[in-house]
Design a protein around this ligand. Structure first.
Ligand code: LER
Ligand code: MN
Length: 281
């Protein structure tokens, strides 16, 4: 198990300008940083790779689809643009040294149709992820598809449904991602869902029920870590929270009150907490 920190807790737009964050997070004791892949043009894969290598940490990719690039859109052109975007995300990740591309890889966050998922959307999602997954395989990269809560997507909400989805994709490098914030809203019992998903879990977002400091909310951490240990999960466990005070990010994450004292405090306490949970299991 390796512990990562999503740099979204510091910035919504990680670029070469914030490259010092890599060393800062490494010095805290993290094994890796996670980079948001939103505006792909601001990323500097060479500088990021160099900074990670120098600091001795790994890197993972947290990718979102932008409006106009949904692979589950009824418009064929938009689906093609979505697949192209995912392939570009994979190529940039390969350049950066990231072996995991995680996130809601099927549609933009909070793009809701107001209806249940259709059979066509499922079919388009499977086809798109298969195309992206085959491309990723060539660079030894794994995709991890993240279910989101019902207010952020209608496409995949539960861990079990996401397992069915990746089984339909049918590639050994396409797995699911669990995010404890979303699971806390959608699952009957997150540890049971983790056990049922077993080897299908390819990435893990540790996020408290209010996206605040781990261990201060309603997530059943002890049981979740026990479940991860039971299924032999040895991948990334990455804290995801969001910088407060950046308007775009507050709006995207719907966080309108202070949910932690400071980003540094969340990062330091969160790592100590994850380590204590992992030791106990
Ligand atoms: C979105 O709510 C989420 O959990 C992220 O992993 C994607 O940015
Ligand atoms: Mn997440």
């Amino acid at each position: 198990m390796r512990f990562g920190l999503n740099l979204l807790v510091y910035t919504a737009a990680f670029s070469a300008d914030q490259i010092d964050l890599v060393k800062k997070v490494a010095d805290m004791g993290y094994d890796g940083v996670e980079i948001l892949f939103a505006d792909l043009d601001i990323l500097d894969p060479a500088a990021t790779r160099q900074a990670c290598e120098k600091a001795g940490v790994g890197v993972t990719s947290c990718a979102i689809l932008m409006p106009g690039t949904s692979i589950t859109s009824p418009e064929a052109d938009e689906r093609a643009a979505g697949i192209e975007r995912l392939k570009r995300v994979v190529d940039i990740s390969a350049e950066m040294g990231s072996k995991t591309v995680a996130g809601p890889l099927y549609a933009p966050v909070r793009q809701l149709t107001g209806m249940a998922r259709t059979d066509d959307e499922w079919k388009w999602g499977v086809e798109g992820l298969r195309a992206a997954g085959e491309h990723a395989k060539k660079s030894g990269i794994a995709l991890a598809v993240e279910p989101l809560n019902r207010f952020e997507t209608h496409f995949l909400n539960t861990i079990a449904d996401s397992v069915k989805f990746v089984e339909a994709v049918g590639l050994d490098n396409v797995k699911i991602q669990v995010d404890t914030f979303h699971a806390n809203i959608e699952e009957k019992n997150t540890p049971d869902a983790i056990r049922a998903a077993g080897a299908n879990i390819g990435h893990f977002h540790a996020s408290e029920s209010d996206r605040g400091v781990l261990g201060t909310g309603q997530v059943s951490w002890q049981e979740c870590f026990a479940a991860l240990s039971d299924v032999g999960y040895d991948g990334w466990v990455t804290i995801e929270s969001f910088a407060i005070g950046i308007l775009d990010l507050c709006a995207a994450a719907c966080i309108w009150r202070p949910i932690y004292e400071s980003a540094d405090d969340l990062a330091v306490k969160g790592l100590a907490f994850m380590k204590s949970m992992a030791r106990a299991n």
